[in-house]
Design a protein around this ligand. Sequence first.
Ligand code: CP
Length: 320
Amino acid sequence: MKSFKGRDIIDINDFSKEELLFILKTAKKFDPAFVKKDRSNYTLAQGKIAAVLFFEQSTRTEQSFRSAAQKIGMGIIGFNDPESTSIHKGESFSDTIRIMDSYADVLIIRHPRAGAAKEAADVAQIPVINAGDGPNQHPTQTMLDLYTMMKEAGPAPDGARAGKLDGITVALMGDLKYGRTVHALSIALSHFNVKQIFISHPSLAMPDEYLKILKEKKREFKVWDKLPEDLKGVDFLYQTRVQKERFINLSQYKKIKDKFILDASFKEYLDKGVKLMHPLPRVNEMDSSLDAHPNAIYFQQARNGLYIREALLSLVLGRL
Ligand code: CP
């Protein structure tokens, strides 16, 4: 396993199964569900500075990185409105990165352009964490998704599976063609003995390149064009938004958009033990009446991002 100290976190493909498991194990050190006593991490990275550079809007990723950095004692600089910086005067992306590189110990970047985080890592001397680069990658989201599944996996009939990814069944639903979260999650889950089910309209099906990876690794998967009446054996349903902005033909969007909305009747599936996840933000694809159900775990999922990000910051700074 490569050392995490000084390492960039750009692409989920850069991490082996062993490294992913190590990150998940490290996140447990920050999670009150596993650490009962006072965590006292407020001095772990004291004196270090995180530069939070958000060129695109965010709620969860930006605020959880800010919270994580402060919880381990870091100071924070940065921006979430590039127009308030000298970019407004025409300063280039790479000059902006060079400048922030000299003021901080780690750069956390969200950008609408695919490849922007890698470009920043090529310029910066300090570690760069990709907080989402357009349609491309959002590796810390994938890590928190894995962490949530590991944490929430219930026991198998033989009682041996609780807290493990191997042996679970995950259904990914909604916009499987364009969604970066489902692509990266499918790749990450392919490291494990996980059965994957892809549920979408045929025009939004999982691209072949991801199915090819599963075939090569001899992982079990199924492709469905609608939510069946029974989700027997499915541990997690990972719902995603159908991305209206990607459709050239809006009448096609209107035709299929409501087929993948989970309304109040989905409670029946939750009652049977299916756990419902979503990277959020949601628009209308999950009815808020489901929120109170103990198997609707999307808000816990977002909270788990805090522990993953505390772990990653500590690791890349060499403090763990
Ligand atoms: N899941 C996620 O990345 O949410 P934000 O866009 O609010 O950060």
